[in-house]
Each structure stands twice: as C-alpha cells, then as structure tokens.
Design a protein. Structure first.
Length: 73
C-alpha cells in the first residue's frame, strides 16, 4: 500500500453481517480488511475492472460469436 500520508483516516459503522462477508473476501483474496474495502470501493467507482467468472465469460463469447456469424449470412 501507499504511504500513510496518502490516505484519509476515517471511521464508519457497518452491519455485522456485511463485515463478516468483507472479512471472508479479504481472507480469500489474501488482503487485509482495509485492503478489501479499498478494492471494493474502487470496483464500485469503476476504477478497476470487475472480474468475470470463466463460465460467464464463455457464455458471453458464444453469444457474440453467434451474433457475428448471423450477420455474415
């Protein structure tokens, strides 16, 4: 992470169930809870791309290919 001078310190309250989900995600992604919160905020703000699951990506590719093949006929 960046130097502490580059960060604004704040406190806020969140429901315990949401905290639990964020903590689980942080553990799964080898991030601190703060790091996971920053990542989720960046995703929400459109600053980082949202990862697409492989099965969803395959479905999207098939749809595009079918659409393009339909246009060429």
């Amino acid at each position: 992470m960046k130097e502490n001078d580059d960060y604004y310190r704040t406190q806020f309250r969140i429901p315990a169930d949401i905290y639990g989900e964020i903590k689980d995600l942080a553990d799964e992604n080898d991030r601190s809870i703060n790091g996971q919160l920053v990542y989720l905020l960046r995703v929400a703000l459109g600053q980082v791309p949202v990862p697409v699951p492989e099965d969803r990506m395959k479905t999207l590719i098939r749809e595009v290919v079918r659409e393009e093949l339909g246009r060429s006929e």
